[in-house]
Design a binder for this molecule. Structure first.
Ligand SMILES: Cc1ncc(COP(=O)(O)O)c(C=O)c1O
Length: 469
């Protein structure tokens, strides 16, 4: 090894250099100001067409997953809906991808790119399914994989789902660096990238989001075949935003321009993601507000200079559900549809039930993903772990639940209600974050244009909102 200074400050100061070498993208080419950048050019210059993506993904067991109509669930929802209401509910079975989730789409193009460019391996910092996806894609392309995972609190106790995901990474041959909760993750990522010379398979690169676009394309095509129309709404579990961004972009490419894009997260408000105390007081490790809200309101808080996952660009609506509601719906899916699936996909399924109740019977709502389940992902493991950590688990009205203190599982389906978020508030919060990043008096036409596009509003809306503030 070289005699380079590996102290925290020295490694951090070489951030840009390390990024360029490990990714081959020079973000300076796209950056226009401290807030604006040429997003579409960055996406198109990945160099992969949709046909390329389809071919690459089919080489490594990704994509072309089944779309199921959930007839029993639809009938059940109609029984608790007003007359004429109860949209058809369809489910895209993303658990069928290699490694068991849509994240395989996200890792597939990075693995191909790494292989083409002659990298020996890939690295990703993630506690989630993405690690397993990187490991599985790397294994198929003869690359090594290193996954950096936050696993433990300071007692050395790990959340069952995170332990399961670490196990899965190792099953595919990855080396897993297991950390306790803390700020050193990014430092370790940079250091490992520099030491190994491996490819940076960050979740937030254009390659990742490009890979997810195929999911939106497939949904549009399959729903047209099954229902003879475009989906009226697609419900998407939202955390870091790549799932929503990629899927929505794919739908747009397919011409499904009137489909409502509905984000959904588990409500964990009040719990702090970086807190050692709160780390093991949640039963969901992704698809929750601890990621969903901060990433929506400021996407560029990631391990690459600009984030390709920009959820507010595409989001029409944002629904929150409680942990108890998702547990109830998870069991319902098994019991009436014969599908046992994991937590993140069932989060959007939960929101879809509330939506379907308000939509007409001839409308179509698509739950955009499932994920695999078992071991620590299973609701029984999660509920036992919650009880061991002092969380009260009971039946009742989920509205009474308090994240980190109680999980209230509904007694009846009509207690599954979800909660709509105020989009104006989210957009305003994004604007405040942008203003903190770059003083408003320096914003020019390019910035206003970028912000309007990033928030799915007009420039007038942005200017008016600033005046109101
Ligand atoms: C199975 C699954 N669904 C949805 C999500 C949320 O995706 P995103 O972080 O891109 O919003 C994740 C992220 O961890 C996931 O693993």
């Amino acid at each position: 090894m070289s005699s380079r200074d590996m102290s925290y400050h020295a490694v951090m100061s070489r951030k840009n250099e390390i990024m360029k070498a490990s990714l081959g993208i020079d973000y300076d080419d796209y950056i226009q100001s401290p807030i604006a950048f040429d997003y579409e050019r960055m996406m198109s210059e990945t160099g992969y067409s949709h046909a390329d993506v389809e071919r690459i993904q089919s080489e490594t067991k990704v994509g072309n997953t089944p779309l199921f109509e959930l007839h029993n669930l639809t009938q059940t929802v109609r029984r608790i809906s007003p007359p004429g209401k109860g949209a058809r509910i369809l489910l895209k079975d993303e658990a069928a991808n290699a490694s068991g989730s849509f994240k395989a789409r996200r890792a597939s193009i990075s693995a191909y790119e790494a292989q083409q460019k002659g990298y020996q391996g890939m690295i990703a910092a993630t506690s989630g399914n993405y690690g397993a996806a990187v490991a599985s894609q790397a294994a198929q392309r003869g690359l090594k994989a290193i996954i950096i995972q936050e696993v433990f609190d300071s007692r050395g106790v790990g959340q069952p789902e995170i332990i399961e995901k670490g196990r899965k990474c190792e099953a595919y041959g990855a080396e897993v660096l297991k950390l306790s909760v803390g700020p050193e993750l990014f430092y370790l990522l940079l250091r490992t990238l520099e030491e190994t010379g491996y490819f940076n398979a960050s979740l937030y690169t254009p390659f990742g989001v490009r890979g997810v676009e195929s999911l939106g394309l497939e949904i549009a095509q399959q729903v047209r075949t099954a229902c003879g129309k475009d989906p009226d709404a697609v419900v998407i579990t939202h955390a870091g935003g790549g799932n929503l961004t990629g899927t929505a972009r794919g739908l747009l490419v397919a011409g499904a321009i009137s489909t409502r894009i509905v984000a959904c997260s588990v409500d964990l408000s009040g719990l702090h993601m970086a807190s050692d105390h709160d780390f093991n007081r949640k039963s969901f490790t992704t698809g929750h507000t601890g990621f969903g809200v901060p990433f929506a309101t400021w996407p560029d808080r990631v391990d690459v200079p600009r984030n390709a996952a920009r959820s507010l660009r595409y989001m029409d609506e944002y629904q929150l559900v409680t942990q108890g509601e998702v547990f109830y719906v998870t069991e319902l899916l098994s019991k009436i549809e014969g599908l046992e699936r994991g937590p993140a996909g069932n989060t959007s399924l939960t929101a879809a039930i509330t939506l379907a109740r308000q939509m007409d019977q001839d409308q179509v709502v698509v739950v955009q993903e499932t994920e695999y389940t078992g071991a620590g992902k299973h609701q029984n493991s999660q509920l036992s772990f919650a009880r061991e950590n002092g969380i009260e688990v009971r039946l009742g009205d989920p509205e009474e639940s308090v994240p980190g203190k109680s999980i209230v599982i509904p007694k009846h389906l009509d207690q599954v209600r979800g909660k709509i978020q105020d989009m104006e508030r989210l957009r305003t919060s994004y604007l405040k974050n942008a203003a903190n990043q770059y003083p408003v008096d320096r914003w020019d036409e390019t910035d206003f244009n970028f912000l309007a596009e990033d928030l799915k509003v007009s420039q007038d809306w942005v200017r008016q909102r600033l005046t109101d503030l």
